[in-house]
Every structure is written in C-alpha cells, then in structure tokens.
Write a new protein. Structure first.
Length: 154
C-alpha cells in the first residue's frame, strides 16, 4: 500500500484521532486529509508546471504537514525550509532548486481555504517526493531528492 493510501486509510479508520500536535494546536486525521486535499486541488489548478518543486517555509505548524501532503497529493515535490534558516541560505536554496512557488504557512492556509477537490493522482515510485537541502561538502546548499519509493521503503 502506498504512503498516501496508508494515510487515507488511517483517516478513514480513526478520523477524530489526533494526527499532529504542536504548541498546543492539534489536528485530527480527518482534518489533515481534508485540508491537504483542498491544498492539493488548489495546487493542481494553479497552472504550475507539473512536477515542479515547491518550497514550504515554516516550522512545526499544522500547515507544514498539510503542505507536505498537499504537495504529494498533487504531484509536486516539496522542499521543507525551516523559518530558522537565514534569508541568505534560503536565497541560495531557491537559486539552486528553481521552485515553481515558495509558500509560507499563511499562504498554505489561504490556498487550502479555497476547498477545491484533490486530484486523483498515483505518482510513480521513482517520482521525487521531497527534496532535502544539506550543506554539502562546500557549505553551499545541495538538494538530495527523496523519491516516493525510497520514502516508502524507509
């Protein structure tokens, strides 16, 4: 069973169980699935080039998890960047990755509030799921692509 299918099954089985909690804010499996589906629909309808990476800039907010799943459900690999990352490094990551979009948590909340239906998507196992940026041996940001298959095998 794919990662997204497992998450969908979990939200069907225990929709009111807490899926995420941070800083006194919690979100149920049902809320996570519905919110990420709305974001996926908005991203799919945005006209962005298919498969283009999207930078998600946040910390531990529920919107960060909504962003991860919304991107995955709409076929866009995401690049998580913590808000603690200095602007100069963020600029170098953006330069290296050429993302189609950079989303803050407020922007994710705005997009998901549009409540468009999520696309029916089955990503290939070798498709990029997310891109993690490391310092690399030179200190410059270097993107490491994690495929859906790699993540599911982990």
């Amino acid at each position: 069973m794919s990662l997204l299918a497992r998450i969908e099954a979990e939200q069907r089985a225990v929709p009111q169980r807490i899926a995420h909690r941070s800083g006194g804010v919690s979100m149920t499996w049902s809320e996570l699935w519905n919110r990420s589906g709305a974001l996926a629909g908005a991203l799919a309808a945005s006209g962005l080039p298919p498969g283009s990476p999207i930078v998600l800039r946040g910390h531990k907010e529920p919107e960060m998890l909504v962003g991860f799943l919304g991107c995955a459900r709409s076929g866009f690999p995401y690049i998580p960047v913590d808000t603690s990352v200095p602007e100069g490094r963020l600029d170098r990551i953006i330069s290296a990755a050429s993302p189609a979009m950079v989303l803050s948590m407020d922007q994710i909340h705005l997009l998901e509030s549009r409540a468009l239906p999520a696309p029916a998507l089955v990503a290939a196992t070798d498709a990029p799921h997310y891109i993690m940026f490391t310092s690399g041996s030179t200190g410059e940001p270097k993107g490491v692509v994690i495929t859906r298959g790699c993540l599911e095998a982990f």
